[in-house]
Write a protein that binds this ligand. Structure first.
Ligand SMILES: Cc1cc2nc3c(=O)[nH]c(=O)nc-3n(C[C@H](O)[C@H](O)[C@H](O)COP(=O)(O)OP(=O)(O)OC[C@H]3O[C@@H](n4cnc5c(N)ncnc54)[C@H](O)[C@@H]3O)c2cc1C
Ligand SMILES: NC(=O)c1ccc[n+]([C@@H]2O[C@H](COP(=O)([O-])OP(=O)(O)OC[C@H]3O[C@@H](n4cnc5c(N)ncnc54)[C@H](O)[C@@H]3O)[C@@H](O)[C@H]2O)c1
Length: 481
């Protein structure tokens, strides 16, 4: 029997509506559902979002063989065997498998098995607590709507650029073959990771950076070490340059990039990796008093400020707090807890620093690993950021190559570590590691920074011998004198 309008309307009411099924949206829905609330997710493309299909997963699948080969080349006995070109079809096939061939059946099954409803289509807010999908189906939320629509690559307003149809992160992570000549614009994370991957896959790569170094949000030595190694891998790095104009005479033909110096570079592909914009231009923000196309300002429980009634949340990339999958998922856990507490009528939330309903780590302890060779990883504040924030600090640096575990790990190990100490509390504000195999070391630093572990107690956390982790001992010895 066909549902009447009345029963249909009742069917379409949920406790929580989530807009966007990326890693963040999936986790908000999961947390809400685990707390006994009904949840629906609206998704216009693939369940799993950018991370699964055009970002984290495919990029790391491309980069893992690059790192493994680089490490093999530095291990006696393995050097010659590892010093070979990558098997490009095998690497690309591995990447394709990691994106599930751009199909989301597995993630849809997970939603189903979790008891979360999925509505496919483009969702737009239509006033408080209402979402309209593809201009038809109307969903209403009893407690909350969480906007988790993520971000997209921005193209700077360079004449001819849009018409030249450059690669963005989507094409750079999903391309079916290595271009002969690739120009990459932007020395941030996407720029350096993709320059690393495509160089190793056989492209001649030119990396154009308008600043004076790479990875400007990290400690300067991270960018220096990565630049040194990219140059050794054969990447042409040009710093202090601006792109003035781009021309592509024929679709699929060569592209010419003119710089502010009037130099021209001709390439087969151009990757623009100059940052992100929020996917909020067409989600009905104007219907709730917000500006279309803006990042969402949120409080520490991820609730959007400037909207009355407290029902709208903005979680993940869309709030611009930390554009990382793990941080979006962390925010989702906090938002899910806050939504369910408010739904239960809990009078006062745990919104104090490090409370259950406050995403404090977004301000103080965001970890990030850049999967270049060497890897660069950091958590918390850089020395410069700590100084700007007014802390009284001491900076301790350590040559990672001098650690026994590192020299065993690879011949001629190159790397560096830094800890930034808050002298008033004697806890760590930030830690950075650069070197092979340090990605897995980062969590120790995250625990120390988020835990605000006193340095005198860290002294009793004994790293195993001979591991790269002994860098902790060297850093603490240098601090204690
Ligand atoms: C090349 C690259 C590599 C990266 N590598 C890493 C990494 O190694 N580690 C890491 O932590 N982070 C990495 N990131 C960042 C990471 O991808 C993002 O931080 C993460 O995807 C954000 O998750 P999200 O759920 O907030 O948004 P997204 O993953 O962007 O998901 C948003 C979802 O919302 C959907 N949507 C948008 N608008 C609507 C609408 N109106 N209606 C319905 N659905 C909608 C979209 O289709 C999408 O599925 C990388 C990013 C890039 C570009
Ligand atoms: N391994 C990881 O964790 C990982 C990997 C890739 C991306 N990400 C996330 O995705 C987000 C996007 O990465 P991204 O590299 O696109 O952004 P980004 O903000 O990290 O870097 C963009 C770079 O482009 C430069 N730039 C901006 N406008 C420019 C212009 N007109 N001309 C030349 N250069 C210009 C900026 O100065 C900056 O250095 C980041 O926030 C990052 O955290 C994470």
């Amino acid at each position: 029997m066909a549902a009447t309008d009345a029963t249909r309307a009742a069917d379409e009411a949920y406790d929580v509506i989530v807009l966007g099924a990326g890693p963040t949206g999936e986790n908000v829905a999961d947390r809400a559902h685990a707390a006994g609330l009904s949840a629906v997710v609206v998704e216009s493309e693939l369940v799993g979002g950018e991370c699964s299909y055009w970002a984290c997963m495919p990029s790391k699948a491309l980069l893992r063989p690059v790192a493994a080969r680089a490490e093999g080349r530095r291990v006696p006995g393995l050097k010659d065997a590892a010093d070979v070109p990558l098997d490009v079809p095998a690497v690309l096939a591995h990447r394709d498998a990691f994106t599930s061939y751009w199909k989301d059946d597995g993630q849809v099954r997970w939603l189903d098995s979790s008891g979360i409803d999925l509505v496919r289509g483009h969702g737009r807010l239509a006033g408080p607590r209402r979402v309209v999908v593809d201009g038809g189906r109307v969903l209403t939320a009893r407690h909350a709507v969480a906007v988790c629509t993520g971000s997209r690559a921005v193209l700077p307003p360079v004449p001819g650029l849009a018409e030249a149809r450059p690669w963005t992160s989507r094409e750079a992570t999903s391309a079916k073959a290595a271009p002969g000549r690739l120009v990459v614009v932007g020395g941030g994370v996407v720029g350096v990771e993709m320059a690393t991957a495509w160089r190793a896959l056989g492209s001649s790569v030119t990396l154009l950076v308008r600043g004076d170094g790479l990875l400007p949000r990290m400690e300067p030595f991270a960018g220096h070490l990565v630049a040194e190694s990219l140059a050794e891998a054969g990447v042409f790095l040009r710093t202090g340059v601006e792109v003035r104009e781009v021309r592509r005479e024929a679709p699929g033909g060569p592209v010419t990039v003119r710089l502010d110096s009037d130099d021209e570079i001709v390439a087969d592909e151009l990757l623009i990796a100059t940052g992100r914009a929020p996917r909020t231009e067409d989600i009905g923000l104007d219907t709730v008093g917000l500006t279309a196309g803006s990042w969402l300002d949120v409080d520490d429980s991820l609730r959007v400020t400037g909207v009355t009634g407290g029902w709208l949340y903005g979680v993940g990339d869309v709030n611009h707090r930390a554009l990382l999958t793990h941080q979006g998922k962390y925010q989702a856990r906090i938002a899910g807890a806050a939504i369910s507490a408010r739904a239960r009528g809990v009078p006062i939330l745990e919104s104090d620093r490090w409370g259950a309903h406050a995403a404090t780590a977004d301000h103080l302890a965001v970890p990030q690993v850049v999967f270049t060779d060497p890897e660069a990883a950091s958590v918390g504040l850089t020395a410069a950021a700590a100084e700007r924030a007014g802390y009284r600090t001491r900076v301790i640096d350590q040559d990672l190559g001098a650690v026994a575990g590192a020299s065993l790990y690879a011949d001629g190990y190159r790397g560096r570590a830094r800890m930034v100490v808050d002298l008033d509390r004697e806890v760590l504000l930030g830690v950075t590691f650069v070197g092979s195999g340090i990605a897995e070391l980062l969590h120790s630093a995250t625990v120390a920074v988020a835990g605000e572990v006193p340095l005198e107690r860290l002294w009793h956390a004994v790293p195993s011998y001979p591991t790269i982790s002994e860098v902790w001992l060297r850093l603490l010895e240098a601090y204690r004198g």
